[in-house]
Design a protein around this ligand. Structure first.
Ligand SMILES: [Zn+2]
Length: 126
């Protein structure tokens, strides 16, 4: 199999979801809008607008994980939960030496192949 990943110039994205009926935003996507009870079609996603979730955010809480699974070359990883400007919250990896609760960060998305299996899209806060 040929690996095309090095030719992929499109940055990976993680989507938030906006209810078309009332404008409420969610991440991850719910089956039913908590505000107006609109139902999302699980196959077509009809009734919901996808948008890129990234950019400025505030660190709500974080932790340092020491006992990493076998295969990691790092001593520890930092994980945090952030809140975006639209109020949505997401968890991801922090790439900072000294994170502080309440600090302003920028969220981006990376393809992580640190664990076995298919690469997964993750949030990285820096
Ligand atoms: Zn709604």
């Amino acid at each position: 199999m040929i690996d095309f990943s090095m030719y992929d110039v499109k940055a990976p994205k993680i989507s938030g979801f906006r209810c078309e009926k009332c404008g409420s935003e969610y991440y991850p996507a719910p089956m039913i809008c908590g505000k107006c009870n609109s139902r999302r079609d699980p196959v077509t996603g009809k009734g919901w607008v996808k948008f890129d979730l990234e950019g400025p955010c505030t660190l709500l809480t974080w932790t340092r994980v020491w006992n990493l699974p076998e295969g990691y070359t790092k001593k520890f990883l930092l994980f945090g939960i952030v809140q975006f400007e639209n109020g949505l919250r997401a968890s991801g990896r922090i790439e900072l030496d000294e994170p502080k609760t309440g600090m302003k960060l920028t969220a981006s998305v990376e393809e992580s192949n640190e664990r076995p299996g298919k690469p997964v899209k993750i949030f990285v806060f820096s």
